[in-house]
Design a protein around this ligand. Structure first.
Ligand SMILES: Cc1cc2nc3c(=O)[nH]c(=O)nc-3n(C[C@H](O)[C@H](O)[C@H](O)COP(=O)(O)OP(=O)(O)OC[C@H]3O[C@@H](n4cnc5c(N)ncnc54)[C@H](O)[C@@H]3O)c2cc1C
Length: 304
């Protein structure tokens, strides 16, 4: 029986682990994909206090070392279900079952898909969601990048340093991210901004051969003959398997008490990008993780 099981080793989950361990609690942390979560895909983090610049993967590695040094137990496994029976929680993966007095879900968000023909069948065969992971496949080649926020802008810069040309397709005629990133993009000669552009289909059999776009001003469809496309149009939560434990808003995000990260199930707390909030960044994920952990510790003390 663990004191606290934490699902997700992103910034929120790892900070929850740090706070719980320093409170003397036993902690088991699950991660089903990449340690560090989303931030491990960031080429450069420049807005974390006291660290002028660090790569996302180095940030994740250092954080993971810190919590394991504090005694966190770790399982590289996807949590499939959580049930509360009496006062305790049963957490199941495909192969094992675990018990805990409290659970913190810090499960983050996943990449949003455009939902156009060809996207699913060409996934991994020319269509990608992580420029840092898959950009190097397109060294000295032309690629398309779809998106207009901070992630898309960061990816455009990463790709411009690898690829010969980056067609940056945005839904409107402006970006919705940091002005500093926009300035870098505008000064990159191999980034071609295509505003007011809607991607309507991906073409290819067994591999991407072209991206079909609608020019929303002229009303004309255009084909970009290209073998690599990166999609960065935002994220969605994947919280459905926990919906019996915590209420979800219309977009599927957990609804938590802002004061303590509690949910409608006593002992089940949430933290980070997976919950309904106004800003999803490292700073807010880490704050949520600390709050959720301290609240879980208080809850366990009251259980006796
Ligand atoms: C490219 C990029 C660049 C960014 N740059 C910055 C930046 O410079 N500064 C900044 O402040 N923020 C940045 N962000 C945002 C920041 O990364 C996130 O806000 C923050 O990392 C969210 O942390 P999280 O722990 O809530 O969620 P996530 O990082 O999404 O972590 C959740 C983890 O839970 C795991 N998980 C989910 N379900 C399960 C399950 N059932 N079982 C086991 N594990 C599970 C996932 O695999 C994931 O690793 C960036 C994001 C991206 C994508």
């Amino acid at each position: 029986m663990y004191d606290i099981i934490i699902i997700g080793a992103g910034a929120a989950g790892m900070n929850a682990a740090l706070y719980a361990l320093r409170n003397g609690k036993s902690v088991l942390l699950f991660e089903g994909d990449a340690i560090g979560g989303q931030i491990s895909n960031s080429p450069k983090v420049e807005n974390f206090p006291t660290i002028p610049a660090i790569s996302g993967s180095e940030f994740a590695d250092k954080f993971f070392d810190q919590i394991t040094e504090h005694g966190a137990e770790f399982e590289y496994d996807q949590v499939k279900s959580v049930q509360k029976t009496g006062s305790f929680f049963t957490v199941k993966t495909d192969y094992s079952t675990y018990e805990a007095k409290s659970v913190i879900a810090a499960v983050g968000v996943k990449h949003k898909h455009i939902g156009v023909p060809g996207e699913t069948s060409l996934l991994g065969k020319g269509i990608y969601y992580c420029a840092l992971c898959d950009g190097p496949f397109y060294k000295d080649k032309e690629v398309v990048l779809i998106g207009d926020g901070n992630t898309a802008m960061q990816y455009a810069i990463v790709l411009s340093n690898i690829c010969s040309k980056v067609y940056l397709l945005t839904w409107m005629d402006k970006f919705f991210g940091d002005k500093a990133l926009e300035k870098v993009i505008r000064n990159k000669p191999n980034i071609v901004h295509m505003p007011n552009t809607q991607t309507v289909a991906f073409h290819g059999e067994g591999g991407l051969t072209a991206v079909e776009d609608l020019d929303k001003i002229s009303g004309e469809n255009k084909l970009l003959n290209i073998t690599g496309a990166f999609v960065a149009i935002g994220q969605v939560p994947e919280n459905e398997q926990f919906a019996h434990l915590a209420k979800l808003d219309n977009a599927g995000y957990f609804i938590a008490n802002e004061q303590d990260m509690s949910t409608s199930t006593p002992g089940f707390f949430v933290a980070g990008d997976c919950r309904a909030k106004k800003m999803r960044q490292l700073a807010t994920a880490i704050s949520d993780g600390a709050l959720a952990a301290v609240s879980a510790c208080n809850y366990i003390e009251k259980l006796g």
